[in-house]
Design a protein around this ligand. Structure first.
Ligand code: FPP
Length: 239
């Protein structure tokens, strides 16, 4: 039985509705959401979580109004400018997954530099998924595999091998997914990687998802019996 998740994935939903409820522009919700990332990272470190993967921008989010897309990009830049030094000092390793070529040159540079600067850290692996989609990840991995194995039939490709071609190849699969904002769906997040992930949904909007809320989710997770396709009896025997 597992008590603490090694890897938490989060869908940070509800920034817009948080703002709307207060008659504020959606951008304000994203600003609050962005500062909440910082607090949640800190709580994860305190709880000994080793991997945290955040869904910041999906491949579908480009369909939002232009000014909202640009607010989200600016917040990502600001986050990196503000946090890299601190992440470096706190032992946090930063990674980004997703198609980064669509981002501005300055954002791409900051991402690369944050990854480089923190590459020796191991305390918490913080991964931001931006311009990311689960289907994109699986397709890209399959294409990459085919490129590297031009003389092998695709019918010989095994799940364990495909895993090594996904953008998350350096990360274990998530143990726990937390989605804020009241929706109960995966929205094209880590589709392959979450095959056996425990799914936790809360109505709380992301800007209000705080330490207490995270601790409730951790407590919920600690009570889950993870079977990975086995029976209860087999799991009991193993533990
Ligand atoms: C969903 O809320 C949230 C997003 C699409 C963006 C998440 C981004 C942040 C929290 C800030 C930037 C992140 C980093 C890592 C600096 P929504 O707008 O879909 O909310 P709604 O469903 O209430 O409209």
């Amino acid at each position: 039985m597992q008590t603490r998740p090694k890897h938490i994935a989060m869908i940070m939903d509800g920034n817009g509705r948080w703002a709307k409820k207060r008659l504020l522009p959606r951008a304000v919700g994203h600003v609050r959401g962005s500062s909440n990332v910082r607090s949640i990272v800190q709580v994860c470190v305190e709880h000994g979580v080793e991997y945290l993967t955040l869904f910041a921008f999906s491949t579908e989010n480009w369909r939002r109004p232009e000014d909202e897309v640009s607010t989200l990009m600016d917040l990502f830049i600001q986050y990196l400018d503000k946090e890299v030094g601190e992440m470096k000092a706190a032992g946090i390793r930063f990674r980004m997954i997703g198609e980064r070529s669509a981002f501005s040159a300055s954002l791409q540079e900051r991402i690369a530099s944050a990854e480089r600067e923190t590459s020796q850290n191991t305390k918490l692996h913080l991964t931001v998924a931006a311009n990311y989609g689960g289907q994109w990840d699986i397709l890209k991995a399959t294409q990459l595999w085919a490129q590297e194995n031009p003389n092998t039939s695709l019918s010989l490709l095994e799940p364990q091998e495909l895993k090594n071609y996904l953008s998350t190849r350096e990360l274990p699969d998530p143990d726990l997914l937390i989605r804020t904002g009241g929706e109960s769906r995966l929205s094209n997040f880590l589709l392959w990687q979450m095959a056996y992930t425990e799914l936790y949904f809360t109505d709380t909007y992301w800007p209000e998802f705080d330490r207490a809320e995270l601790e409730i989710a951790l407590d919920w997770f600690s009570k889950r019996v993870r079977r990975f396709g086995q029976t209860d009896e087999q799991v009991l025997e193993e533990n």
